[in-house]
Design a protein around this ligand. Structure first.
Ligand code: CS2
Length: 507
């Protein structure tokens, strides 16, 4: 535990700060969590250090005040702990000018987005924060919070509602343009966000809708961006490490892997920080990078997390270290995700794969299977359907994508009598209750898959019509429940008709 007598990190802490003050605010960030603090904030800190600019960040958490309270107590400072088996490196970005909780002060969110000094509204609200329907990909108008935000303009609860209400305020007051920048793992995240914002605006009363859509069309850009850095949840281990190595108490250090990447479309209507100073890449080819990342990294990550949890592995490095899981991960990555993407010219697919496996093996990070496995109902919708449909259309069964869905359902909505273990039980998921109800009324894996994928459209409308995929997913659920995840992975390998020698060589 952290020794109570240590001084708390603050603006006067000697030796850790490169600049004496944060820049004036220019960015409002929704989703003030660990990922933002180890990614965009680090790039912004370096950009401002190199080229200046009023690009301070106001961080807005959705509900919890853990980070915002600690940020205020620590003069808006925190430590990024870059962690690898070779050792740790520390840095203290100084870019945040204020922080508050949207749920406690919803009007303030609208005011911050509406403020003339705000030129970028960025988001890391997770896939789940976009209030879209996994079945259709459109705004989930059945969501009570979306309905609330459509009915009342003053205190929106959802990020999409907050953005539209803030944009309306801009239109009504100064009219200055602004960029909305999604930094979440959604394919084509700029277009996706733009579409949801426009859908929300179009559901407002007729005249208001027309005015808002017109203003947004002329004054708001929605660049896409691909973000990449593994950032586990913080623990006392990192608090103690900071205390021991740096001699101060930081309640909210952020652990992160050394690898970091940010690829963006350069479409910022009201300017932007010189993020390239910290290695961000501006290109017109963001969609290709996003696809590559969302499928090869995030998609494979999901399979590792679910098979890992079912095999008793608490962390991603532990799961990747299990031979059959590594083999399954390599199969899904190479055989089922890779054919669905156009690899950007600057990327070597083989080297990319090796780099992923070495990142996943970073045992110093302790990234938990329960963290990666959380929110599968919204994450898998981004990862599985397109590659699966492409293979099915070619007449091939994507056994490992079906295995991903089967392992997910076995973790989140096990059939009666099957215990998926603690790591699976710790996974959070907005659909957990609904899926568990479906599982309680199912007599077999086949039955469960038919209900969840076929009737409930969990992986979208199109996959809901693919009976062969649904049957295969159900068979694999039954194998997991009766014989365990290894037997299911073997069944996927056998059906992929690989000889044992090929399976070995793929490891
Ligand atoms: C992970 C990601 O939780 C997940 O779904 O796949 O958070 C992953 O660690 C990051 O996208 C890496 O950039």
């Amino acid at each position: 535990m952290v020794t109570p007598t240590l001084p708390t990190l603050n603006a006067g802490t000697p030796g850790v700060l490169s600049r004496t003050a944060a820049p004036a605010p220019g960015i409002v960030h929704l989703g003030f969590g660990n990922f933002h603090r180890a990614h965009q904030a680090v790039y912004t800190d370096a950009a401002v250090a190199a080229h200046g600019g009023d690009w301070g960040i106001i961080g807005i958490s959705s509900r919890s005040s853990t980070i915002t309270d600690a940020m205020h107590a620590q003069d808006m400072l925190y430590t990024v702990v870059e962690i690898s088996p070779e050792g740790s490196k520390f840095s203290t970005p100084r870019v945040h000018t204020d922080a508050f909780v949207a749920g406690q002060d919803p009007q303030r969110v609208v005011a911050a987005i509406g403020d003339e000094t705000t030129r970028i509204v960025s988001l890391t609200v997770t896939e789940n924060g976009y209030t879209y329907s996994p079945a259709t990909g459109s705004l989930n108008v059945a969501d009570p919070d979306v309905q609330h935000d459509l009915a009342s303009g003053s205190a929106p609860r959802t990020p999409i509602g907050q953005i539209v209400r803030g944009l309306q305020q801009r239109a009504r007051t100064h009219g200055e343009p602004v960029t909305v920048l999604s930094c979440d793992n959604l394919a084509d995240n700029g277009r996706h966000t733009q579409r949801l914002v426009r859908e929300f605006a179009s559901l407002l009363p007729t005249a208001e809708a027309a005015e808002t859509l017109h203003w947004i069309g002329a004054n708001v850009t929605f660049p896409s961006s691909m973000v990449d850095r593994i950032v586990p949840a913080t623990t006392d281990h990192y608090r103690s490490l900071v205390a021991e190595q740096l001699g101060y108490a930081d309640q909210i250090p952020v652990p992160a892997e050394p690898f970091t990447m940010w690829i963006l479309e350069d479409n910022f209507i009201a300017g932007r920080p010189a993020w390239e100073a910290a290695g961000a890449i501006f290109t017109d080819d963001v969609a290709a990078y996003e696809q590559l990342k969302v499928r090869l990294l995030n998609g494979t990550h999901s399979l590792i997390a679910y098979l890992g949890a079912l095999s008793g592995a608490a962390t991603i490095p532990d799961a990747t270290g299990i031979d059959y899981i590594e083999a399954a991960a390599r199969h899904v990555l190479r055989g089922e995700y890779l054919p669905s993407v156009t690899v950007p010219a600057a990327v070597d697919a083989g080297a990319y794969e090796e780099q992923l496996f070495s990142r996943w093996r970073n045992s110093a990070l302790g990234h938990r299977t329960s963290q990666v496995g959380s929110d599968g109902s919204v994450k898998l919708r981004q990862r599985i359907p397109i590659p699966a449909l492409e293979m099915l259309d070619r007449g091939a069964m994507p056994h490992y994508l079906a295995l991903t869905a089967a392992a997910y359902l076995s973790c989140i909505a096990p059939l009666r009598g099957f215990d998926p273990g603690n790591n699976a039980n710790e996974m959070q998921d907005p659909a957990r209750k609904t899926l568990q109800e479906l599982a309680a009324g199912s007599s077999s894996g086949q039955d469960l898959a038919a209900k969840v994928l076929g009737e409930h459209h969990l992986l979208g409308d199109e996959l809901a019509t693919r009976g062969d995929f649904i049957v295969r997913t159900g068979e694999l659920i039954d194998i997991i429940h009766r014989q365990g995840p290894l037997a299911a992975a073997n069944a996927a390998a056998e059906s992929t008709s690989l000889l044992p020698a090929q399976i070995r060589s793929i490891r």
